[in-house]
Structure formats: structure tokens, C-alpha cells
Design a protein around this ligand. Structure first.
Ligand SMILES: Cc1cc2nc3c(=O)[nH]c(=O)nc-3n(C[C@H](O)[C@H](O)[C@H](O)COP(=O)(O)OP(=O)(O)OC[C@H]3O[C@@H](n4cnc5c(N)ncnc54)[C@H](O)[C@@H]3O)c2cc1C
Length: 442
């Protein structure tokens, strides 16, 4: 029988929000209901995956965490039916290892293989192929959900209570996700055929996006020292002869053994990094790459989040509607440049019109920009508030999975549907993000 133990350190990926929490790590789905009724339950609890959310959506001060990564069993791969059923703690990377050997893949992949299926549901994650595939939640057929009232539910789209929609993008607040059933795509090769194309202006970026609208994956890296300049990359699953050898996914090229000195990340190193990155990446023509290198480039450096030093970093990801996207993205990039320090990593993608099934899902049709900033305390917070205003004026919103500081007022303006999720929240569950963003008393 699993129990809550002594407080264990747990940090979000940005390493600013962190703490020590009484933690339970169940190994069997049958243990989940008992965790709600356990005598030693530390008040409110929260199910978490591998902590790849950047801010406080995966933290719970004053309460306990239920680490779901022990529930990582593959239950069934139905190849003809193109369906995977697995426990929610299975990572995307482990799922792909099993699937690609059988010529199958998950249709939507976030930028890290270290997210769990439960985390992918709870944040309704997206990939570089949103225009063609939508979000992860669009592919979810059923969810096993354990509620604190003792019910273990098998949820399908359109359930009477609305719990399926509330759980997709529901930030883990509707219950413990025990298992997930998700649709699959067939795969011919472990490789992706890609091309990098440098561009000088945002107008060029949008033209490249339009010219390559039929490509499965489209993404751009933006040079924050020259707003509008960057490299556009498109990728298409490669085709191999039937029976071609399956390639094991490459592991990290190296790992960061200790915290980097944050002061090394300044405007000079930023400019140098951007020049270097541009010259290294800008290669001519089509080339092939293993899917893991293409979809999860940052996983090539183990513990890369330590490069930002002990003070950590913040990622700001927003989505702005198509009609005003160009102006809003340019305004954001100019505001970042004006603020001085710049963003070390800036990624721009497009969300298509396919609607997310989740009540609180982040994507909306338009552009999505993700920016990584080293933590300069108040200066960073002030810049992100400026960006919030630009995003709000444009009718956009920020991604809760990346946030650790948005005000309740701003969040509620961006997500007016939050009350519907609050009505379906499991009363025994809360997170630091939700307490702050809804103004909930601790
Ligand atoms: C390098 C990198 C690249 C990324 N790229 C992308 C991207 O391209 N697209 C994108 O959408 N996201 C991206 N992300 C964000 C990441 O995919 C999400 O934050 C994802 O939810 C992390 O999954 P996790 O298992 O680590 O969950 P955690 O971060 O541990 O938790 C995330 C949320 O899920 C809930 N949760 C997790 N498991 C369960 C469960 N079993 N039951 C109930 N609730 C649960 C938690 O309560 C929390 O609210 C990226 C993150 C990193 C570090």
C-alpha cells in the first residue's frame, strides 16, 4: 500500500518554482483511490509526471504530490486499430520506443520525450504539426480518471458530466489520470526529412509558412538580437523500404553536471550564440534526421536547464490570433529587444484551425511564440508583464504549462472559461498555479 512519505525536493523545469513536498509514488493503479482516503494525506494533493512544466502548475505548496511516473506500464498496442493504451506515467519517449519498432507513432509530440502521457493530456500539448494534427487531446479516445469521491471513471468524449473535456488541458485538477487510450499513426521510417531555410524578416517567415503549408512539421528559430530574422525548418516523415532496420533513439550527446554561472548569459554571449547558431544550422538542401533529434533537440543535452544557473529561468509562451499575429509577434520581439537581455531561445510556430477538445486548452488559431529568459528577478517579471499586455490586447493567451507568475486578473481575462474547470475540479486537488491564477485561498 503506497503512502505519503517525508517531504521530497521537487522543482519545475525552470527551477525558480520549487520546494519539498510529502510525496507518494504509487506502483499500481489500484493504490490510487486509497491515497485520497489515507489518514496521513497532507491536505490537498496533485498528480505530477516528470516535472517538465516550467512553472508552478506541477507544484503544490502546503499539500502533497502524487508522482505518477511509477505507473508506466504499456497496457496494449492495437496495431490494426491504431490505438495505444498505457498507464499515464509512461513517458512519450518510452511509448515511442515501443511504437516505432512496430511501425507506429504518436500523432502529436511535444518538444521533449520526457513528458508523460498524463502530462500530455493535462496540458493538452502540441507539436510542430498543429495545423495538420491539432493537439494531443484530439487523439485521446478514453481516459481512466480516479476521483477523491471513490469513483474510478473511464471517460470518453461527450461524457454527461463534461469531465473528459475538463481533463484535457485541465492541469491535473479533475482527478488522477490513471491511464490513457490514444490514437496512433503508421510510420514508414524512424527518420524525418528536413530542410532549414534562413529568413530576414517576419514577412518572409509567414511567406515560408504559407509556401510549406502541406509539410507535416513547421517551426522557426528566431534571432532575438535581430527581431524578425531566423531560420525556418520544415520536416516530413521519411519513407523507407518495408523491413528497413529500426534505429534506437539517440541518447543525450552530453549532460550538464552542475549549475552554469548565470552571469555568462548576457547580451554579448546572446549575440555570439545567435551568430553561431545561425551559421551552424543554415545548411543547404534536404537532409534526414532521426525523429528524436528532430522533435526533441533540447533532450540532446541532459539537464540543459542548469545552464541558466542557480536562479533558474522563465519561459514565456503565448498564442496570438491569426488576424493580428504579425503585428503582435513583432511588438513582442521589439519589447524583448528593448528590455536589454534578450531571450536565449525563441521559437515561433503556427497553430491551425483544428479545435482542441479541452475546456482550458491553450492553442488558438494563429502564431505561438516561446521565449526563454534567464531569471533577472523583478526585471524579468516586469518584461513579462509588458508582454502580457501585448498578448491581451491582441486577444491572445499564455500557456499555463510554462507559467509561474501570471496574475489572477490577467489569467482570468485570457481564460474566461476557467470557472467551468473550477466547477469540475476535484475538491481534494489543487496546484500552486491554480491557487494563484484563480485567487483561491490556500
Ligand atoms: C524541452 C521542453 C520542450 C517542450 N516542448 C513542448 C511543446 O513543444 N509543446 C507543448 O505543448 N509542451 C511542451 N513542453 C511542456 C511539456 O510538454 C508539458 O509541460 C507536459 O505537461 C510535461 O509533462 P510531465 O509529465 O513532465 O508533467 P508535469 O510537468 O509533471 O505536470 C504537468 C501537469 O500535468 C499534471 N499531471 C501530470 N501527470 C498527471 C496524472 N497522471 N494525473 C493527473 N495530473 C497529471 C500535473 O498536475 C500538472 O498540472 C516542453 C517542455 C520541455 C521541458
Amino acid at each position: 500500500m503506497t503512502q505519503f512519505g517525508r517531504p521530497v525536493p521537487f522543482a519545475a523545469w525552470g527551477r525558480i518554482e520549487r520546494g519539498a513536498y510529502p510525496m507518494a509514488r504509487p506502483r499500481f493503479a489500484g493504490d490510487l483511490p486509497g491515497l485520497f482516503s489515507a489518514k496521513e494525506r497532507p491536505g490537498h494533493v496533485l498528480g505530477v509526471g516528470l516535472g517538465r512544466s516550467y512553472g508552478d502548475s506541477c507544484l503544490n505548496n502546503g499539500g502533497g504530490l502524487i508522482a505518477m511516473d511509477g505507473l508506466d506500464r504499456l497496457i496494449e498496442i492495437d496495431k490494426p486499430g491504431l490505438v495505444l493504451r498505457a498507464q499515464a506515467g509512461l513517458s512519450i519517449g518510452k511509448a515511442l520506443e515501443a511504437l516505432t519498432q512496430r511501425g507506429l507513432t504518436l500523432p502529436v509530440l511535444p518538444g521533449t520525450r520526457f513528458a508523460t502521457l498524463g502530462g500530455a493530456v493535462a496540458n493538452d500539448v502540441h507539436g510542430k504539426n498543429h495545423a495538420l494534427a491539432g493537439t494531443f487531446g484530439r487523439w485521446v479516445r478514453r481516459i481512466g480518471l480516479v476521483r477523491s469521491d471513490g469513483r474510478t471513471l473511464s471517460l470518453a468524449p461527450g461524457d454527461a458530466e463534461g469531465l473528459f473535456a475538463a481533463t484535457i488541458g485541465g492541469l491535473g485538477l479533475t482527478g488522477l489520470i490513471a491511464w490513457v487510450e490514444v490514437g496512433l499513426n503508421a510510420l514508414d521510417s524512424d527518420d524525418v526529412e528536413i530542410e532549414d531555410i534562413p529568413f530576414e524578416t517576419l514577412a518572409d517567415y509567414y511567406a515560408l509558412m504559407a509556401d510549406h503549408a502541406g509539410k507535416a512539421h513547421r517551426v522557426a528559430w528566431i534571432d532575438c538580437t535581430h527581431p524578425g530574422r531566423g531560420i525556418f525548418t520544415h520536416g516530413t516523415p521519411a519513407r523507407d523500404e518495408p523491413g528497413a532496420r529500426h534505429k534506437t533513439p539517440p541518447g543525450p550527446r552530453f549532460s550538464v553536471p552542475f549549475d552554469g554561472p548565470g552571469f555568462l548569459l548576457n547580451r554579448f554571449s546572446l549575440s555570439l550564440f545567435n551568430k553561431l547558431y545561425r551559421s551552424l544550422k543554415a545548411r543547404d538542401g534536404l537532409r534526414r534526421m532521426h525523429y528524436a533529434r528532430f522533435h526533441f533537440p533540447l533532450d540532446s543535452i541532459g539537464g540543459w536547464n542548469r545552464l541558466y544557473g542557480g536562479r533558474g529561468f522563465r519561459q514565456y509562451q503565448c498564442a496570438v490570433p491569426k488576424a493580428v499575429a504579425r503585428e503582435a509577434v513583432m511588438e513582442i520581439l521589439n519589447a524583448v529587444k528593448k528590455a536589454g537581455d534578450g531571450a536565449f531561445l525563441a521559437v515561433l510556430k503556427e497553430f491551425g484551425p483544428l479545435e482542441s477538445p479541452g475546456l482550458l486548452s491553450f492553442p488558438l488559431e494563429g502564431s505561438t511564440l516561446a521565449l526563454d529568459f534567464r531569471n533577472r528577478g523583478q526585471k524579468t517579471l516586469a518584461l513579462l508583464e509588458t508582454l502580457d499586455r501585448i498578448v491581451l490586447n491582441a486577444g491572445g493567451r499564455i500557456y499555463p504549462a510554462k507559467d509561474g507568475r501570471v496574475s489572477a486578473q490577467t489569467f482570468q481575462e485570457m481564460y474566461p472559461q476557467w470557472r467551468a474547470l473550477e466547477a469540475l475540479r476535484d475538491p481534494a486537488i489543487r496546484s500552486d498555479f491554480w491557487a494563484r491564477a484563480t485567487g483561491m485561498a490556500r
